[in-house]
Write a protein that binds this ligand. Structure first.
Ligand code: DX5
Ligand code: ZN
Length: 226
């Protein structure tokens, strides 16, 4: 059986760790990235507040990088489609916040974007495996959603392993994205567990050269992916 994993890892720097006064420049600093990860937080689903649709619309005009919008918001059934219509490459909403995840997923896809299902730290994956054919991306938090700069939780890679086994058994094509605490010390384990999209905020924008940090992380992931 051929592996459903792509040959190449996708690196998605998170703008949460960038300078919000210079987002266009910060995007340009990671021009070799695959996706640009945009953390949308509403101070309800998570305690933190970041940016919303107007900023994403401006970003779309400011960079050619595909935007990977990670919605940590209540009521995604109402709001998520706007991000797809704004031209995001992928729109991920959280299963914990969705009243009707399948309906929301279908409306996002119909608006022309890939759609992702987000699973936070304390949420088991098993009950949602049957939903995965409705999605293009599965985002597994490797911290508690809400803030950058937290310490990676290795135990959460069990969900990545479960997802990868499930996808292989069902011949499903899906990106498996890890988010939180991904750096040069943790990306190898995440890649070996079966992830193929790697979000990194602090490890990229905290580096002297964010572009080089992306390249270094990509090389590590590529070497470690099964
Ligand atoms: C946190 C966000 C992450 C965050 C990761 O809820 O979803 O994308 O930016 O930041 P680091 O890489 O610093 O853990
Ligand atoms: Zn994120």
């Amino acid at each position: 059986m051929t592996s459903p994993q792509p040959a190449e890892p996708l690196l998605a720097p998170s703008l949460l760790a960038a300078d919000f006064a210079h987002l266009a420049d910060e995007a340009a600093a990671v021009a070799s990235a695959d996706w640009l990860h945009v953390d949308v937080m509403d101070a309800h689903f998570v305690p933190n507040l970041t940016i919303g649709l107007p900023v994403v619309q401006s970003l779309r005009r400011a960079t050619d990088l595909p935007l990977d919008c990670h919605l940590m918001i209540d009521d995604p059934d109402r709001w998520a489609i706007g991000y797809a219509e704004a031209g995001a490459r992928n729109v991920t909403f959280h299963v914990e916040a969705a009243a009707d995840a399948v309906r929301t997923a279908r409306s996002i896809r119909a608006a022309g974007s890939l759609v992702g299902l987000g699973v936070d730290r304390d949420t088991p994956l098993d009950p949602y495996l049957d939903l995965l054919p409705e999605f293009d991306t599965l985002l597994i938090m490797t911290i508690k959603a809400g803030f950058g700069g937290q310490t990676f939780i290795p135990k959460l890679l069990d969900k990545v392993r479960l997802a990868r086994r499930h996808l292989q058994a069902g011949h499903l094509q899906l990106f498996v994205e890890v988010d939180g605490g991904i750096d040069e010390d943790t990306i190898v384990d995440a890649a070996q567990a079966g992830a193929d999209v790697f979000v990194a905020g602090t490890a990229v924008y905290g580096a002297d050269d964010p572009g080089k940090a992306v390249e270094a992380l990509r090389a590590q992931a590529r070497a470690a992916m099964p």
